[in-house]
Every structure is written in C-alpha cells, then in structure tokens.
Ligand binder design. Sequence first.
Ligand code: ASP
Length: 586
Amino acid sequence: MLRTHTCGELRIDQKGQEVTLSGWVQKQRDKGGIVYIDLRDRYGITQLIFEEGVTNPELIEKAKSVSREFVLNASGEVVERYSKNEKIPTGDIEIRVSELKILNVSKTPPFTIEEETDGGEDLRMQYRYLDIRREAVRKKLELRHQMMSKVREYLTDDKFIEVETPYLIKSTPEGARDFIVPSRMNEGEFYALPQSPQTFKQLLMVAGLDRYYQIVKCFRDEDLRADRQPEFTQIDCEMAFVEQEDVLNTFEGMTKFLYKEIRDIELGDFQRISYEEAMEKYGSDKPDLRFGMEFNELNDLVQGTGFVVFDSAELVVGINAPGCAEYSRKQLDGLTDFVKKPQIGAKGLVYVKCNEDGSFKSSVDKFFDQEGLKAWAEKMEAKPGDLLLVLAGEKDQTRKALNELRLEMGERLGLRDKNNVVPLWVLDFPLVEWDEETERYHAMHHPFTSPKSEDIDKLDSDPGSVRANAYDLVINGVEAGGGSIRIHDRELQAKMFKTLGFTKEEAEEQFGFLMGAFEYGAPPHGGIAFGFDRMCAMMAGEESIRDFIAFPKNNSGRDTMIDSPSKISTEQLAELGIDLNQKSKS
Ligand code: ASP
C-alpha cells in the first residue's frame, strides 16, 4: 500500500507516529524558511510541513517544486501543529515529512479544485474527473451511494429481489420518444432502449417472483431541463398479490427509512389527496404542501356584475397572500408581469389589498364596491393586511397560471424552506386524457394501469371520466415517484388498447407477448418507480440532479468530455445497413 492512513483520519492521538500518506496537492505555500503542502484525498486534507534546519534541504527543494494537483507520497512523523486549524478535522496535526515521492505531475487544472470553483458548467463537465475531486461534487456522489445501499437494505429486508432486465428491447410506450439501436445481425431492424422496465417487471410477476426491484438506467429521448437527463436511474419495483394500499404502505415506509437514515428526519404519515382535489386547490398534480395558500374559486361571487373579464371566464380563482397588503405599485406590477409571461400565460392579474383599517383597495374598484370586496375577503378567509390575487380565464390554463403564482408567492414569503420535508400521495388520477393534437386518448400513466373497478363500465361510454388505480409520491412539489395497480387480465388489457386507439393488430403486434402472458395465470400486481437521481437531489435539498450523476449530459444531450454523440465510420454504417443519404435520395 502506498499509504498507512488517509488524508482525513489523523488526529492528535496519533502524535509521534510514523505515517505514510498519498494524495493530491491542494495547495503549496512557500513561506521562506517553511514550505507547507495541503495534501488531499477522498477523505480529507492533511498538512505536510518542510522546515529549514529540520528537514533535509533536498527535500525542501523537492517540496518547492510541486504545484497544484501533483500526486505525492509522503512519509513522516505526526506532530502537533503550532497554529491549529479548527476548520478541518485534521487541523490539530501536521506531518513533518522525511521522505517525499512525486508519483505523478499535473498540468495546472483549468479551474480551481475548491468548494467555490471558478470553472463554469461547460468546463467542469469537460474535465469532470477534476470536478469530482471537489468535495462538493464528491459528497453528492457519496450520498448517492448511501441512498443506493439503503434502498437495497430496505427492500432486501422486505423480501424484494433485484433482477436485471434487458437494455436492448423493443419500444414501450411510456409517453416519450425511444432511443433506437440498430441491429447488425438483423439488418433493417432496431432495438429500443427501455424507457422503463415496465413490461418486464410485470412478466416477472407472472413468473412468480412476487417482489422485484431494480436500481436501473432508463432512457427517454426528451428535451432536457435542469432536472432531466436522457439516461436516468429509477428505483423500479413491482409486487404481486397486492392492492394499492399495500404498495403505498411499503413505499411510504421506504421513504421514511431513507429520510431517517440519511438525514435523520422523522417523517410523519404522508398526507393523501385526490388528483381532482389537487387540481382544484393547488392547480397542480404535484402541489408543494409546505405552505397553504389554497385556491378559492370565486365564480359565484364575482360573475354577472358587468366586468367582462370575469363574466366571460370559465373560472375565476384566487389566492390569499398573507401579510402582503403593503405591496407597492411596483411590486404589484412585477407580479402582473410575472403572470403575463408567455410560459405562464395569464392575461392579467386582479388584486385586492385588505387594508389594516378594514377597507379594501383593488384593481377593479370600478366594478366592485367595498361590500363586494369584503365578500371576497370573507370567502378567502383574509385578514387585514392580506393581499388577494385573482386570475380568470379558461379553467385548466388559469389553474396552471395560479399554481405558478402560488409557488412564486411561497418563494417570496420564504415558505419553501428546503429543510422542511412534506411528502404526500396524489391518488385517483384519470386513466386517460384527451390529446387535441392526435385526437386520441392517451394513457395518463401508461397503458398497463388498471382502471378503478367501480369505473370500468364507463370505459366505453366516457373514458375521460374513468379514474385509475394510479398514485404519485410528491415531496415538496416535486414528483418523486409514481406507479399503479396493473391490469392482469387479457380482455381488459385489450379493451384498454382499444380505448387508446390501437387496432387489434397493432395491440397484438406490440403487446401480444404481455397479453399472451396474462393467459397463463397472471397474479394481481402493482408497483411503482422512483426517480433515483431526483430523490438524491431532494435528499440533499438541491434542485439540479446533475451533480448527483457522475458523468451527466448537457442541455443538448451531449457528453462534452468524451464528445458524444459522434459520427461513426462509413464501414460501421455499412455493416449496420444504414444509408445516411437515403433521405436526400428519396
Ligand atoms: N414504469 C413507470 C414509470 O417509469 C412506473 C410504474 O408504473 O411502476 O413511470
């Protein structure tokens, strides 16, 4: 071994011991008669000291010759420091070096390997191996590892077994585009990378494995955002002989276990809310319940008074921002600009200030007198000092916009504290939703989700009103996971495909294998999948998932370090039977 200890473990107790350390030069300081080197490895930083009159002069010269990120191997005695550094755990001691080997030299790194680096995102990604040397990034990967091992511990203890499913499969419709892999041996044919192991895990239930999980890579060819990657990791799970309640309890248990073990946070029982209620009260199927500010629908109160904006609206709905009546003209204009942003899309914002003296001042004083505004305030349970913010328009659109405004106000009022963890289950999702563009129903979760038994008879007459046995786990307004009880009956599965606009032949061609399996004794089953990268970020109270992935891709789906994706040679293309000119020829 090139070391007796790591750079993070020596303390005053080891004073007098001869030790050997290996690591990278964090910093070298030449103070004339004394040279200090901070030596860093994964575990910490230890100071090396070379001192004139004590250390052999050749060694001092050698110490002077090293610079940042050189790899060193140093032996010497642990001594007590003259001036201690309370900021690091090894700060009481230093190593008086008697032997120094330079194991490797290093070019000056393109950015500083410090907590606060001067490197921009692009540069950091291009030299990711240097970026990971930074404690901040390394800690995130360590947390990820801890999460993985705790997930495995919990599920293994609960009789789940981890089974690997193939990566080269055929298209599964989870709503995104597939990544495609050409097959050399079957020219003109293609594999797809799994968007999730959905059908395989269901087949494992038919196979009798009873409880399956897998920490697994999934691939979705979607446009990227800060919390999305083309390849990402799921904790994918499936259980046989269960009802929705069993799945919820198992994974509520797992989530509590993870927060307890990793953050020492004791989570109480998770709240539950139906999809419909979530949309009505928060305008979102992933509401952030760290704060209230629930929606209040005002149609009854405000329509028919001659104010066209309200009279012509499908929905008039508002929130009560506590203590914001003092907002200035400028602040209110700022909020109006916010809701009018194209991505939010409201046409305008109506406000009512509930003044401390019990009077009201609104942007619609022309249409509503004090009595009228008082009725709004009562409906919205506003107190003097509060500010009512109201939007009007088409229902879904207006709810969506008010959701954004609610989150913005929550942010401004400091109600979205990352140390406050509020999980909830969202239940009773609609089974399908109508897609205007393709003029078809789409599965809201995926086509294998079972409808609620009491709604099955509406599948033919009114598919849009059928609710599903589907559930999402939402933590602080972020979807952590989602799943459903599955269809396990051939007839029902066939009917579902029909509802989704598949012909019998299409359904057979794409999912005959699954429906076929259902004919050989498929048990009732259900499951869930968690976005693992996102769970890690959430556990650390961070928004971006990028640093929780060792080698993530950028916003254009590129890995700039290995420069991928890249062109392939004409020979490779020919072997695969791919003619890139085909398009231009035809
Ligand atoms: N396969 C689903 C997904 O990836 C999760 C599930 O239904 O278990 O979202």
